[in-house]
Design a protein around this ligand. Structure first.
Ligand SMILES: [Zn+2]
Length: 209
C-alpha cells in the first residue's frame, strides 16, 4: 500500500514543494530551534526543540491525520539529529541512565476513533535511533478532558488533572514525550502523578500555540 501511495503521490517538501522528502534539508535548516524556561522542582529539564509554526506544524499534521506514514520516520530522524547536535551531553546522560520514554497517552476513546496516538508513533521512531526504550503502558488517561464553556480556569485544570493515572511500577528515570507543548498543562498534570523519587525530563518536538 505504501509503495503505491508513494508512486501516485511522490513525497514533496511541506516547506517548498521539492520532491524527495516531507521536509527537505534546506527547509530543515530554516526551522527555529528553541530551548525552554520551564522550571519545576520535580523536573531535571525540558527540551522543546522546534518552534510550533510553519513547516513543523505542517509536518505534525501529516502524522496526526496519518496522511503519510513515512513522515514519522523523518520527524524521528530530525529529533535525533537535534539532540545529537545541540544536546549531546543530555543525550549521553539519558542513554547512560537508561531513561525510558513515556509518550503522553490519548484517551482510549479518542485513540480508537483515530486509531493511533501520534506522540507514541513519533516516540517509537526516536527511541529506535537514540537507543532508548519506550513504554506506552505506564500512564493512562482514564477520563476525557471536558471542555466546559461555563467552567472557570480552576475547574478546567481540575478536569485535566484527574485524567491521568500511573499503572504498575514506574521506571526510575523517565522522559515524558509529546509532539507539541502549548500551555504545558497536560504534561504538568502527568508530572504531578509521578512519585518524587523519579528523575523526570520533558521532551517535545515543538513548542508554541
Ligand atoms: Zn523544502
Amino acid at each position: 500500500m505504501g509503495i503505491i501511495v508513494e508512486m501516485v503521490f511522490p513525497k514533496t517538501c511541506v516547506g517548498c514543494g521539492k520532491i524527495g522528502q516531507y521536509l527537505c534539508e534546506k527547509c530543515q535548516n530554516k526551522i527555529e530551534i528553541i530551548g525552554a524556561d520551564y522550571k519545576n522542582k520535580k523536573v531535571e529539564g525540558r527540551i522543546g526543540l522546534f518552534k510550533y509554526h510553519g513547516v513543523i506544524k505542517d509536518l505534525i499534521s501529516l502524522v496526526k491525520f496519518e496522511l503519510v506514514s513515512e513522515a514519522k520516520t523523518e520527524i524521528g530522524k530530525m529529533i535525533a539529529e537535534q539532540l545529537r547536535e545541540n544536546y549531546p551531553n543530555i543525550l549521553e546522560y539519558w542513554v547512560k541512565n537508561k531513561f525510558v520514554i513515556v509518550p503522553v497517552p490519548l484517551h482510549w476513546r479518542r485513540k480508537n476513533w483515530r486509531g493511533f496516538n501520534q506522540a507514541e508513533i513519533i516516540a517509537n521512531e526516536v527511541g529506535k535511533i537514540i537507543n532508548l526504550k519506550i513504554n506506552n503502558n505506564l500512564i493512562i488517561r482514564f477520563k476525557n478532558t471536558k471542555k466546559q464553556v461555563t467552567s472557570n480556569k480552576i475547574e478546567r485544570s481540575i478536569n485535566i488533572k484527574d485524567a491521568f493515572k500511573t499503572v504498575g511500577k514506574l521506571p526510575k528515570n523517565i522522559i515524558i514525550f509529546d509532539d507539541v507543548w502549548t500551555t504545558g498543562n497536560t504534561i504538568k498534570n502527568i508530572i504531578k502523578i509521578i512519585p518524587k523519587n523519579r528523575k523526570i525530563w520533558v521532551l517535545t518536538l515543538a513548542t508554541g500555540n
